[in-house]
Design a protein around this ligand. Structure first.
Ligand SMILES: [Zn+2]
Ligand SMILES: [Zn+2]
Length: 402
């Protein structure tokens, strides 16, 4: 079924959140799926649908570059209904553009996940939830000593025969590999040919390995301070003299961006603020890294595929494996933006930028989304003063709460 023609939509009586400032008493006009006017004085077309933001915020839709699932579904379940379940849940938490993220798994499981996302993307309409901009190929190329809560059996070093097929149709837009694995540079070079954002994650790489990866195109590190090398972990790997690793490389290299899981459970406020102060809003993304337990009751769930993914528990605040550690977040980007604003020196425009324009820039889609700007897609949120999502519009169409 095709989406019926959309009448002009005007959202008014709200504070506009722009990348560097707030404008009170603003409005946004959306026509044919795009933003056509924005500011304090926007004329209302005769046939427009008028939405009152009631003095709340008018925000750009959020963009999540690292997310595994929600509402009971993991993208690795690898069915179109599972993909739609997860994107619907995230849209209602403010994510209007999403990069479904793989975990470790057998080659057929990764292929099946890509097929399900490809089909969900092809048949997508706003009522389904977040727009799929592409897949984040995250697992399976993790370092053996940094696998975290992911399935160990599904982890391996990159194999060109395998990944060439995954990259073929440019569905993959973000590509992760641990820099120290044999074949990592060839993997990065292939990902660069396909113009992906190239990232190093679940890695125990030292400075020299990061430098080689950077030359091959790597420009981002997954969830800062989680499953990555540190001076201490490199001492275990190499002994003394102690060495610099991913943390130092990212902080010392202006071109490098990274991301934080700002749920308040993974990182303390001072670490979140430190990352923000060191990298700035233009090189730090907020991600959810959310698993299937979003909007689900506390309990036991599988991480990754519902056939054979390892179990974790959710207490409603965070995922964890008892006796082992955290197993990613169970909340949406709305929560991350709110927590970042509340507990660090980031302003509201900064916090929103890190969840919208910055991930858009890093993934090369900022021409069409990521901020409230004339000509961009009408991906717009209405937030109340406590930053809860009241309405989410994607291409000017409201995501229904059914
Ligand atoms: Zn991870
Ligand atoms: Zn993850």
């Amino acid at each position: 079924m095709k989406t019926p023609p959309v009448p002009p939509l005007i959202i008014q009586n709200g504070t506009l959140i722009l990348p560097d400032t707030l404008i009170e008493g603003g409005a946004v006009l959306c026509e044919r799926g795009k933003i056509t006017a924005i500011g304090k004085q926007v004329a209302t077309p005769k046939n427009a649908v008028v939405i009152d933001a009631k003095g709340g915020y008018i925000s750009p839709g959020f963009i999540d570059i690292h997310v595994h699932g929600g509402a009971g579904a993991d993208f690795m379940d690898a069915t179109v209904p599972a993909v739609r379940t997860a994107i619907k849940a995230h849209a209602l938490h403010g994510t209007t553009t999403i990069f479904p993220t793989t975990t470790t798994g057998a080659p057929v499981q990764i292929m099946a996940m890509l097929s399900a996302c490809r089909e969900a993307k092809r048949t997508w309409e706003a009522a389904h939830g977040s727009r799929i901009a592409g897949v984040h190929l995250y697992g399976p190329y993790f370092a053996a000593d940094k696998v975290g809560c992911h399935s160990r059996t599904g982890r391996r070093a990159p194999n060109a025969v395998e990944y060439e097929r995954w990259f073929r149709d440019d569905l993959v837009r973000i590509a992760t590999c641990a820099a120290e694995l044999p074949g990592a540079e060839e993997f990065y070079q292939t990902a660069r040919k396909h113009r992906c954002l190239i990232t190093c994650g679940h890695s125990n790489a030292n400075w020299a390995e990061m430098e080689r990866a950077f030359k091959a195109g790597m420009r981002h590190v997954d969830h800062f301070w989680c499953a990555m090398s540190s001076v201490a972990s490199l001492r275990t790997r190499f002994g003394t003299p102690m060495q610099a690793g991913m943390e130092q490389y990212v902080l010392a290299t202006a071109e490098m961006s990274t991301e934080v899981i700002a749920d308040g459970m993974h990182l303390s406020p001072e670490l979140l603020d430190f990352a923000f102060r060191m990298k700035g809003a233009e090189k730090l993304c907020l991600v959810t890294d959310c698993n299937r337990a979003l909007d689900m009751p506390p309990g036991r769930y599988r991480f990754g595929s519902d056939d054979d993914g390892p179990f974790f528990e959710s207490d409603g605040n965070v995922g964890f494996v008892p006796g082992q550690g955290l197993a990613s977040s169970v909340v949406g980007l709305d929560h991350m933006v709110h927590h970042m604003k509340k507990s660090t020196s980031a302003t509201l425009p900064d916090a929103v930028r890190m969840a919208s324009l910055t991930p858009a820039e890093r993934t090369g889609i900022a021409k069409t989304c990521g901020s409230l700007e004339k000509g961009k897609q009408a991906d717009v949120l209405i937030l109340n003063r406590r930053l809860n999502v009241q309405h989410a519009f994607i291409g000017g169409v409201e995501v229904p709460r059914d």
